[in-house]
Design a protein around this ligand. Structure first.
Ligand code: GUN
Ligand code: ZN
Length: 436
């Protein structure tokens, strides 16, 4: 006969989470080989060694047995585009032709709310299959695309960030905002920001597609709603950087365009950041802005290689993004895989521990959400992922002889993908499970 209260659950597995950045702190992580995660009312009640915590469980409560698996906080993807789901893996010689040929026509379809709804559902399924429980998401210029996204994420109880793309020049007429009108974005903030677990991101696409008037109003909106997010692209591609130099000759750098319009502040997330210089990274750190590093996209489009050492030199906030549909995978494990190689090609080294940090607490800190998500500190929302080191025959063979935690995590990152995700939980609820 069970006497356990229904609102408490426990999970027995190896546990990994972080309380600091392993690049700057040798004791940044917690690892419990035989661990127990205790969840109460959708929040973390305790995380630690099974031997210590088992006795604290309510009588009759049997932990879910995930022994042999690794539980980490749910992955956080800080940059991707849900409307681009259907155009993932579309070939083009670089960013600007890719935008013209595929992106704008694909995004046009989101004037149809039914298409937006069905795409949002598929997109969320895919994120959860990959263990991503929070994402920072671009919608399209259509306000209905934002409603469709948040309606779908709210129905699943997910902690999601999203916003309407702002774009009023250098784009097709069918995707162009009316100049000088940010009323739709403001209405969406009032409708969605902090409703349940939904959070709003003010979303100027990138400097070339906004007039100075739109950028100015965007900065004013961001100041008026300081706890909203800002998301945009910066310094992704050399042709794009040259173009921005021509459009904004008064700015010191591409990033400086955003700073001039008040768009650098805490909770501002800048996608790519490949061609930033030392002064740019210093401004990122000084303003509390964060870089969303998108390696699969950058390799796919041939945009360039993010410079982790330069960013770390300035102690800029860093996180990882898939950048689907320029990114080639929804999996944050595959994103780590490519991030590792990008770092190597730049002559630096990204340990697996750091990559797991960037995909969890690092991202939460970049978003100023570390009190809600990203770790198993007491009271955090119980968003977590169960990873199976034996998910494929090759992974089983490789992970059967790991000599360290770093080796195990490295194999998970380099060989893992959606198959590695045994289950995904959001707010304590199982929102994805393989098999059983
Ligand atoms: N720059 C402006 N828009 C986009 C986009 O949709 N994807 C990428 N990767 N870069 C952009
Ligand atoms: Zn992007």
């Amino acid at each position: 006969m069970s006497t356990a209260p229904l609102n408490v659950q426990a999970y027995r597995a190896s546990l990994l989470h972080f309380h600091a950045d392993p690049a700057f702190d040798e004791r940044a992580h917690a690892w419990h080989e035989d661990g127990l995660l205790v969840v109460e009312d959708g929040k973390v009640k305790a995380a630690g060694d099974y031997a210590r915590l088992a006795a604290t469980l309510p009588p009759g409560l049997e932990p879910v047995d995930y022994r042999g698996k690794v539980i980490t906080p749910g992955f956080i993807d800080t940059h991707l585009h849900y409307p681009q789901t259907d155009m993932i893996a579309s070939p083009a010689p670089g960013l600007l032709p890719w935008l013209e040929t595929y992106t704008f026509p694909t995004e046009r379809r989101f004037e149809d709310p039914a298409h937006a709804r069905s795409t949002a559902e598929f997109f969320l399924d895919e994120l959860l299959r990959c263990g991503t429980t929070t994402a920072v998401v671009y919608c399209t210029v259509h306000p209905g695309s934002v409603d469709a996204f948040f309606e779908a994420s709210e129905a699943r109880g997910l902690r999601m960030v999203a916003g309407k793309v702002l774009m009023d020049r250098h784009c097709p007429d069918f995707l162009r905002d009316l100049e000088g009108d940010l009323g739709q974005s403001e209405a969406l903030i009032n409708k969605w920001h902090k409703r349940g677990r939904s959070l709003y991101a003010i979303t100027p696409r990138f400097a070339p597609t906004s007039t100075e008037a739109q950028l100015k109003l965007t900065g004013e909106l961001a100041a008026q709603y300081p706890d909203t997010f800002i998301q945009t692209h910066v310094s992704e591609n050399k042709d794009e950087c040259r173009w921005v130099g021509e459009l904004f000759p008064q700015a010191r750098s591409y990033l400086d365009v955003y700073e001039r319009y008040g768009l650098m502040r805490p909770r501002a997330l800048f996608g790519h950041c490949i061609w930033l210089d030392d002064e740019d990274f210093a401004r990122m750190a000084a303003t509390g802005s964060a870089a969303a590093v998108c390696p699969t996209s950058n390799l796919f489009l041939g945009s360039g290689l993010f410079d982790f050492e330069r960013a770390d030199g300035a102690k800029a906030l860093l996180s990882l993004g898939t950048d689907v549909g320029a990114g080639t995978s929804f999996s944050m494990l595959q994103t780590m895989n490519e991030a590792y190689k990008v770092a190597r090609l730049k002559g630096s080294y990204l340990p697996a521990l750091r990559m797991f940090y960037l995909a969890t607490l690092g991202a939460a800190r970049s978003m100023r959400l570390e009190d809600s998500i990203g770790s198993f500190a007491q009271g955090r929302e119980a968003d977590f992922v169960v990873l199976d080191p034996k998910a494929t025959p090759l992974m089983e063979r490789r992970t059967s002889h790991c000599n360290s935690l770093e080796e195990l995590l490295f194999a998970l990152a380099l060989l893992g993908d959606d198959r590695t995700v045994e289950a995904t939980y959001s707010g304590g609820n199982r929102v994805h499970g393989r098999g059983k």
